[in-house]
Design a protein around this ligand. Structure first.
Ligand code: NDP
Length: 251
């Protein structure tokens, strides 16, 4: 039996839709107070409103994780409304496609700024509150693409997702003495708006490549994040959990 997370405060970046929304809903269902962050304020507020309508506590905020001042304002809002930050889900990410030759330095920079630098900025902004509390849980959404596999059009994306794991491993060592753990979930193909944007051919091919015979749901990933955030995972840090229906197993 897992200890309840009720009353913990959680920030979910990219919480307005897709995997982040799944995380926001899952943590809210576990009794957590949730700050939903995304660039689109209306969408972030809509997710927060759904949580509130279901009897939970949530706040939606416009945040661009590539913007240092915005990530600082995000954590200030969480502290002001919830009195602290127990859990950060550093999940916001983009995956535009551009093959080498077409990919511009601007394309590359934008993906790194959001996925990798944005992870650093969100984590960094949470550290003062977590250090003061002497505890914290950070869950980073990486991917199998980059750390394990490659995919045409995603050289920048793969670099950002592999980079997140390098960040997590060293951060885990540095933050251990503060009682803060940091781990990464590595989703395979999860049915979200972002993934659907790759087109029906992509979705069909990916589904066929998954031994468990279906694309992942946002709940599949949210449950893994919930585990890393739980008290039962207190002695697990710097680790990864692949959530992919077995996709990376076949030769
Ligand atoms: P979606 O496109 O469905 O959702 C992305 C979320 O991130 C939205 O809430 C979006 O809101 C937000 N976001 C994007 N850029 C920023 C930014 N600069 N600042 C703040 N929020 C931002 O994507 P997914 O749910 O599919 O992906 C979420 C994460 O999971 C990403 O890190 C992705 O790399 C990872 N992932 C996804 C997989 C999948 O199959 N879906 C597989 C492996 C990893 P807004 O646009 O309003 O900012």
């Amino acid at each position: 039996m897992f200890a309840p997370l009720a009353g913990r405060s959680v920030i979910v970046t990219g919480g307005s839709r897709g995997i982040g929304r799944g995380m926001a809903m899952r943590f809210a269902a576990a009794g957590c107070r949730v700050l939903v962050a995304a660039r689109d304020r209306t969408a972030a507020e809509a997710t927060a409103a759904e949580i509130v309508a279901a009897g939970g506590t949530a706040l939606g905020l416009a945040v661009d994780v590539a913007d240092e001042a915005a990530t600082k304002a995000m954590t200030a809002a969480a502290e002001a409304h919830f009195g602290g930050i127990d859990i950060l889900c550093a999940n916001a990410g983009i995956f535009p496609s551009a093959r080498l030759g077409q990919m511009t330095p601007g394309d590359f920079d934008q993906v790194i700024a959001t996925n990798l630098r944005g992870t650093f900025l969100a984590v960094d902004a949470c550290l003062p509150a977590m250090r003061r509390a002497g505890r914290g849980r950070i869950v980073v959404t990486s991917s199998i693409t980059g750390p394990v596999t490659g995919y045409p059009g995603w050289a920048h994306y793969g670099a950002s997702k592999a980079g997140q794991l390098g960040f997590v491993r060293t951060a885990a060592i540095e933050l251990a003495a503060d009682g803060i753990t940091i781990n990464a979930v590595m989703p395979g193909n999860i049915l979200t708006e972002g993934l659907i944007g790759n087109g029906p051919d992509y979705l069909r091919r990916m589904e066929a490549a998954i031994p468990m015979g279906r694309l992942g749901s946002v709940a599949d990933v949210a449950n893994a994040a919930l585990f890393f955030a739980s008290d039962e995972a207190a002695w697990i840090t710097g680790q990864t959990l692949v959530v992919d229906g077995g996709q990376i197993l076949p030769e």
